[in-house]
Design a protein around this ligand. Structure first.
Ligand SMILES: NC(=O)c1ccc[n+]([C@@H]2O[C@H](COP(=O)([O-])OP(=O)(O)OC[C@H]3O[C@@H](n4cnc5c(N)ncnc54)[C@H](OP(=O)(O)O)[C@@H]3O)[C@@H](O)[C@H]2O)c1
Length: 329
């Protein structure tokens, strides 16, 4: 099993290296790939030095699986070229997510859709993954009508440059800006670019990807995505209306028994999810679970997850593990 990480020098790529190592991923050879700028740089995997190579050099090696996290443009250009030599690409960018011929996969929810013929598989957006992880078991039981979600997103979701911007601002240093405004001591209601309808691309990802993953276009979703100066993970305030009524104890028990979800909901002990707890962990944490007092069949939740882990690297690696386990690669 020959595996390539394309974008190995980036925020997500770096966490992919850690996740592969922690999970003792069954690989014989690991290729670390980045732009021409980084070719020759040396990174470590399981204590061994590996030299970063360029994309064309990696394609010549014909890896079995390529884990992509190098931006949408790189993915659009290069993922099909890997696929042509027989590599299965699992892509973290938004390039293929809404392509009708590509699967958009959160393994706990819809891995069963995967087939050996899928040569480019899309990993959903980080904010979407953590939301559907919490909502999928509830959708199955009570059927979702409408979701209103507000996000509080970590700077690590924008990549290396944004983390450096925050660090520079905290240290009072000049530097490159990833955002149009300072992020230190600020909240910026602008994640990704604006679209014609006044929403940002990030907000529309929450709308469209949620429907695709849950396989239900009737679900109404509206979102506001906000960047805040945290580094450990994204948080989401979710208001969800169901077709049928629910029992709060049953909701908690459903979430508690869902793989990959951890319930953190004990008001007596001030226990609720926060990025400082989620940081470095693979689970999606859910708390502040309460009935909406203003509307029937409606629930409020607070959902936190490490965007670089379950929101990106871990989900991608889990897809790869599923492919191997089911002889799909
Ligand atoms: N951060 C998150 O929470 C998150 C979550 C889900 C999905 N994603 C997606 O994952 C991707 C990477 O995000 P990131 O946060 O890791 O960004 P990042 O820290 O800026 O890293 C970008 C990576 O892509 C590589 N790259 C850029 N242009 C390239 C090219 N032309 N050819 C080959 N490699 C190239 C960079 O290599 P060099 O170092 O050589 O420039 C670097 O390794 C993006 O598509 C992003 O939307 C990110």
């Amino acid at each position: 099993m020959k595996v390539a990480i394309v974008g190995a020098t980036g925020m997500v790529g770096n966490v992919m290296l850690k996740v592969l190592e922690e999970r003792n991923f069954p690989l014989d050879e690991l290729l670390l790939v980045a732009s021409e700028r980084s070719a020759g740089k040396v990174l470590q995997y399981k204590g061994k030095d590996i030299t970063v190579i360029s994309i064309p050099a990696a394609i010549e090696e014909r890896p079995d699986i390529a884990l992509f996290s190098a931006g949408g443009g790189t993915s659009l250009e290069w993922a099909p070229k890997f696929a042509e030599v027989g590599t299965t690409v699992i892509d973290n960018s938004s390039a293929w997510r809404m392509d009708g011929s590509k699967k958009l996969v959160v393994p706990e929810i819809n891995a069963a859709e995967l087939a050996a013929t899928d040569k480019i598989i899309a990993n959903p957006n980080c904010s979407t993954i953590q939301m559907v992880m919490a909502l999928a078991p509830l959708h199955e039981k009570y059927k979702i009508k409408r979701i209103v979600v507000s996000t509080y997103q970590s700077v690590s979701g924008t990549g290396v440059k944004a983390v450096e911007q925050l660090e520079n601002e905290i240290a009072g240093k000049e530097g490159d800006m990833a955002y149009p405004y300072p992020i230190h001591k600020n909240a910026i209601p602008h994640c990704d670019v604006f679209e014609d309808n006044g929403y940002t691309k990030e907000e529309m990802k929450l709308v469209n990807e949620t429907r695709k993953i849950l396989g239900d276009d009737s679900i109404a979703v509206t979102a506001t995505a906000v960047r805040i100066p945290t580094a450990g993970g994204h948080s989401e305030a979710i208001n969800v209306e169901f077709e049928s009524d629910f029992d709060l104890a049953e909701v908690k028990s459903l979430l508690d028994s869902t793989d990959g979800v951890t319930l953190q909901d004990n008001l007596d002990e001030n226990l609720y999810p926060m990025p400082m707890y989620a940081h470095g962990k693979d689970d999606v944490f859910v708390g502040r679970i309460r009935r909406d007092v203003s509307q029937a069949n409606t629930l409020n939740l607070w959902v936190v997850s490490d965007n670089l882990r379950k929101g990106a690297a871990t989900n991608t690696v889990q897809i790869a593990e599923y492919l191997i386990k089911n002889d799909l690669v």
